[in-house]
Design a protein around this ligand. Structure first.
Ligand SMILES: O=C(O)CCC(=O)C(=O)O
Ligand SMILES: [Fe+2]
Length: 311
């Protein structure tokens, strides 16, 4: 089953390589590999992306230290209740979110942040802010490079997606990083029927990059509707297609439907960190093939429309 998840070597356009020195012909080949993989499999893993392993490990450590703080401390960094708040970032405690509105609440906590965010950084974990901002910067650059490869593979200009994402890291973009913490289960009798660590959903922006620890539990839905486990592969970054990229590509790439299941019985905590790559708030997303598969939508309204249903 796990063999269905392709692993692609991204070293030709890794962050360690000067982007200007990589000609379109080289990027096209790599972009086609990524595009073909995403057009057939629901998800892929990239290796040799140039994001330092040590940084990923340190990010998990800081994030865990934050989640282990008492709830009254984490409350200071709560995400606002209103999804229309333009700084819709911060801590979300357990039992609040249900990414699948039809399912029970997710058994997780999260902390989301963006590069421009000035307040709400937990000072209790000293290296939290610098470490996680460093990961956010590198993940945003990687996301941009993946989109450049996909643009060439789609017959577009290499920089087609650069413009609509130029505000990433500013207040005009919903591009954000989310640290997820799925607590240890010590008493499985408290788990509700069908309760997940995170219920079935697709992410709602352009692309999502995933860093996960070694616990497993992530599953992606294949085209025939079966669930495929994504076994953790150290040193790789996962790539999900999100709902706005599905609209842009007029269904040539389909959004990755995914969930994190409960391993069953007592189990240790699990951690993941995702980088959401979102178009700027004022971008109109319309099918690049000129078809009317989807009506053009404003990126911000599309996403807040989903928040209204989910949270
Ligand atoms: O924890 C994971 O592996 C996935 C997290 C996820 O799907 C999300 O935060 O949207
Ligand atoms: Fe997700």
């Amino acid at each position: 089953m796990a063999a269905e998840i392709p692993v692609i070597d991204f070293s030709r356009y890794s962050l360690a390589v000067d982007a200007d020195k990589v000609p379109d012909s080289v990027l096209l080949e790599l972009g086609q590999e990524v595009y073909q993989a995403l057009a057939t499999a629901p998800f892929l893993l990239l290796k040799n992306c140039g994001i330092e392993e040590r940084l990923v490990r340190e990010s998990f450590t800081c994030s865990r230290q934050f989640f282990e703080l008492p709830a009254e401390v984490k409350q200071k960094y709560r995400r606002p209740d209103d999804p229309h708040d333009d700084n819709y970032n911060g801590w979300v405690g357990q039992g609040v979110e249900s990414v699948n509105p039809e399912g029970p609440v997710d058994l997780k906590e999260s902390f989301s942040y963006a590069l421009w965010m000035e307040q709400k950084w937990p000072h209790e974990v000293v290296s939290f802010k610098p470490t996680l901002l460093n990961l956010n910067r590198q993940a945003m650059s990687l996301g941009k490079r993946i989109l450049q490869g996909l643009a060439l593979a789609m017959g577009l200009d290499r920089h087609f997606f650069d413009g609509p994402h130029k505000g990433a890291g500013t207040r005009n973009s919903m591009t954000a990083t989310r640290c997820n913490y799925y607590p240890e289960i010590t008493d499985e009798t408290v788990i509700l029927p069908n309760q997940m660590r995170i219920g079935e959903h697709a992410d709602y922006v352009t692309l999502t990059l995933l860093f996960q620890d070694d616990q497993g539990g992530l599953e992606v839905k294949t085209k025939d509707g079966t669930w495929c486990p994504v076994l953790p592969v150290p040193g790789t970054v996962g790539v999900f297609v999100d709902l706005l990229l599905q609209r842009w590509t007029a269904d040539k790439l389909k959004a990755t439907v995914h969930r994190v299941i409960m391993p069953g019985g007592k189990c240790p905590a699990r951690q993941s960190i995702i980088q959401l790559i979102a178009p700027d708030d004022d971008v109109e997303v319309k099918c690049v093939d000129g078809s009317d598969t989807y009506e053009p939508v404003n990126a911000r309204s599309f996403v807040t429309g989903i928040f209204d249903k989910t949270y």
